[in-house]
Design a protein around this ligand. Structure first.
Ligand code: BGC
Ligand code: ZN
Length: 377
């Protein structure tokens, strides 16, 4: 079968032939890939040639966002059937630490986890993969066309869920019982700033908007670009941060209760934490690849963190429950912002077009995907 990824000892991205995987234990499932999303991490893996397979392997299939259709199930598979449409999770636990043993490898304590398509395991830029039923989440009918967004959406779900966890310290922060942290409209009366309008920024904005949060999105893009238009369609406000300091940003929008960093723009993001509102929470989800030194207003930052009870934290990967939340929110997004959602994926490539997919990094759209099995969605 065709596969796209890294080849040991060679630079860049390659198309190669890989053996079709087969079921080797009773709880495994064979999945035919319909679509696989291309993400910043894939570009990083290729650019920095992060080959991380065992000595026996000379190739590494990349890609970690996928939707597929089940072609075969092992004899003990009980929750899935042939023909079901599924999305796979990414991380496989170390098998040693408590979080991994409790199916929360996104919180792995040893760092010995693998990630399909990223770290030590083959990914989904290919025609078939095999995995345990525990790592496959069934896609409800009607959501198939958007299901490839489940993985990045699950990252946003985890980040927002943790924000809610921290916000629950002050669940009485406004006087409206209907905005309690447990309610669907918990975000009303709150202001958020999302940094970055790529797929993670867009999907984080979508989750915040579903909770009624007044949301600003910081990006550097022309006002009439698709990115900006889609952000506005979600009811969020666009903020062009070109050449703006953190102080200028907060002078414009006030002090946000929530910041979601989804761009890897370290300097602006960390300095913006000084603009958080009292009891504010900032989560970093973008993964900067460089080692650039940045200038931070350290004293101001520490002072406001202490005097204003603020929290700045990082969040990576997602657990299976976050995939369930993602699929529920995809359903709500389809109902409330259906036409917007259908414009998120602008570019579809075949595996054979892998060079274009990696060269023409899609600047205009929000997400590009490999469309692998045409008969799929
Ligand atoms: C993926 C995560 C992964 C992270 C770090 C992200 O692009 O969406 O699932 O944990 O990269 O490797
Ligand atoms: Zn672990």
């Amino acid at each position: 079968m065709k596969a796209v990824g890294l080849v040991r000892g060679k630079e860049g991205v390659h198309l190669f032939d890989a053996p079709k995987p087969t079921i080797t234990s009773p709880r495994q499932v064979l999945v035919k890939v319909i679509e696989a999303g291309i993400d910043g991490t894939d570009f990083e893996t290729v650019t920095h040639n992060r080959f991380s397979m065992s000595q026996e392997e000379d190739t590494m299939i990349i890609g970690h966002e996928a939707v597929g259709i089940i072609e075969e199930v092992g004899s003990e598979v009980s929750t899935l059937a042939v023909g079901d449409v599924v999305v796979p999770t990414v991380r496989r636990g170390c098998g040693l630490c408590a979080p991994c043993l409790h199916n929360r490898s996104d919180m792995c304590q040893t760092g010995l986890y693998t990630e399909r398509g990223i770290k030590g395991a083959n990914g989904y830029f290919t025609e078939f993969f095999v995995d345990d039923e525990d790592y496959l989440v069934r896609v409800p009918d009607g959501l198939e066309p958007y299901a490839v967004l489940s993985e990045p959406l699950s990252i946003a779900e985890k980040a927002v869920d943790e924000i809610k966890h921290f916000r629950s310290r002050v669940f009485w922060s406004c006087n409206h019982p209907e905005h309690s942290i447990e309610s669907q409209g918990w975000g009303n009366c709150k202001v958020a700033l999302v940094i970055g309008a790529g797929s993670l920024g867009f999907l984080s904005t979508a989750v915040l908007r579903l909770s009624g949060i007044h949301t600003f999105v910081a990006e550097i893009a022309p006002e009439d670009s698709l990115k900006v238009r889609l952000i506005k369609e979600l009811g969020a406000h666009y903020l062009n941060t070109k050449d703006k300091t953190a102080h200028e940003v907060t002078a414009e929008i006030g002090n946000p209760d929530i910041i979601i960093e989804a761009s890897g723009a370290t300097e602006l993001a960390l300095n913006l934490t000084t603009g958080l509102a009292r009891n504010g929470v900032c989560v970093l989800t973008g993964i900067p690849s460089g080692s650039k030194e940045v200038c931070l207003e350290g004293d101001l930052m520490a002072r406001t963190l202490v005097l204003e009870n603020q929290i700045v934290f990082g969040s990576v990967n997602s657990g299976r429950t976050h995939f369930d939340m993602a699929l529920q929110d995809l359903q709500r997004l389809r109902e409330e912002y259906g036409t917007t959602l259908s414009k998120v994926i602008q570019t579809r490539y075949s595996l054979g077009d892998y060079k274009d997919a990696f060269l023409k990094r899609d600047a205009e759209g929000i997400k590009s995907v490999f469309n692998i099995y045409e008969g799929g969605v």
